[in-house]
Ligand binder design. Structure first.
Ligand SMILES: [Zn+2]
Length: 373
């Protein structure tokens, strides 16, 4: 019967706003805006409703209104048509005398109070979420300048007190907490709880201070975008968080290298390193990935070849996210064909005249470990 419950839960969740799939092979876990309380009225991105599994059944819970009930009861109360369909399916093969009573919940979802004990940028008054800032705000102008679409601004925060914020996440990091402006890029765990953060300098700073990563401890999740991944679809690994927001279902590794075998979504992942055929480091990492049997994108015959990353391709060469996505799909390769492409690509060794000054050139830092504070 669990199979049927999963099927019904998927059908219900799939059409709800902000749906995302966090299922593992052995259990479903679906997230969306709670249709019972409507989630936040003000914030259309809040999604605190979950279908999850417990003791062989699917349950519905919401972190906002704190409802917690079996999927069967959820359907009975809120999806009558589906409930009828469920009963029909359920009794098609077997004919028990009456429907079995759903098991009462023994495990509560994490309560709102428990969640509130955890650190959250949304409750921190040192930051402001970027989609809530006016278009004239300097950080929004900066983001618009980097062509980061407005509908992605909710993923970023602004702080004028970076050092104080850092001390909140990782106490005693800075002794003096003079003001410092940064774009804050939060990294979440798969369940949406805060893991660590990156701060992107907005002014002119030393290259190795451009991206700073703050981790409460060394074991935290370092995959940017993990909470938004659909594990049933292709997952792209990028070098930088900002690049990753342009392409659906993408991740970026922040604050340190990650061993290939530790990277999740083994069957679904594709590695997209920066377009830097002249970088020895990039070539070496690509070789390593190809040898390990990984799928990669080699930027051969790339229409935006003089740009090193997705953000610059869009910003300076007129590419669109859709065209780049199509290029990625069409140019994913592995094994021998990847090796062939790589050896052609690395021949592009002629230094080309760059059309634009490369002010922002932090790729090598971003991959192999950004500065940590
Ligand atoms: Zn709710």
């Amino acid at each position: 019967m669990l199979f049927l419950e999963r099927e019904m839960a998927r059908q219900i969740a799939f059409v709800l706003p902000m749906f995302s799939d966090h299922s593992r092979p052995d259990a479903i876990k679906l997230n969306f805006r709670c249709p019972i309380c409507g989630d936040s009225k003000k914030d259309k991105y809040k999604s605190r409703g979950w279908f999850h599994e417990h003791k062989g059944h699917v349950w519905y819970g919401c972190f906002n209104c704190n409802v917690n009930m079996s999927l069967v009861n959820f359907m009975k109360n809120y999806r009558e048509e589906m409930y009828k369909e469920f009963l029909k399916e359920k009794f098609r093969d077997s004919e028990p005398s009456k429907p079995t009573k759903p098991v009462e919940p023994t495990r509560k979802l994490v309560t709102q109070a428990e969640l509130e004990k955890k650190f959250s940028l949304d409750r921190c008054d040192l930051v402001k979420r970027c989609d809530l800032l006016p278009l004239e705000h300097p950080v929004i102008k900066w983001m618009t300048g980097r062509v980061i679409p407005r509908d992605k601004h909710y993923l970023f925060y602004f702080t004028g007190a970076w050092k104080e914020l850092t001390n909140t996440v990782k106490p005693d990091t800075y002794r003096n907490v003079e003001p410092e402006y940064r774009l804050v890029i939060p990294i979440y765990n798969a369940d949406g709880s805060f893991s660590c953060m990156q701060g992107r300098a907005l002014g002119n700073v030393d290259k190795n201070q451009r991206y700073l990563t703050v981790k409460p401890d060394d074991d935290v999740n370092k995959l940017y975008g993990l909470e938004r991944i659909d594990p049933t679809k292709t997952v792209y690994y990028f070098e930088g968080p900002i690049d990753s927001v342009f392409i659906p279902n993408s991740l970026a590794i922040v604050g340190g290298a990650m061993a290939i075998q530790d990277a999740p979504f083994k069957e679904k992942r594709v590695w997209v390193l920066d377009n830097e055929p002249r970088s020895k480091d990039t070539i070496e990492r690509l070789e390593k990935l190809i040898r390990a049997g990984e799928r990669v994108v080699v930027w051969l015959d790339c229409p935006w070849a003089d740009q090193k990353d997705i953000n610059d391709m869009i910003l300076k060469s007129g590419a669109t996210a859709e065209l780049i996505q199509q290029y990625l799909v069409e140019n994913t390769c592995s094994g021998l064909s990847a090796q062939r492409r790589l050896s052609e690509w690395r021949k592009l060794n002629e230094p080309q005249k760059r059309k634009h000054d490369r002010v922002d050139h932090s790729a090598s830092l971003r991959w192999s470990g950004t500065a940590e504070v």
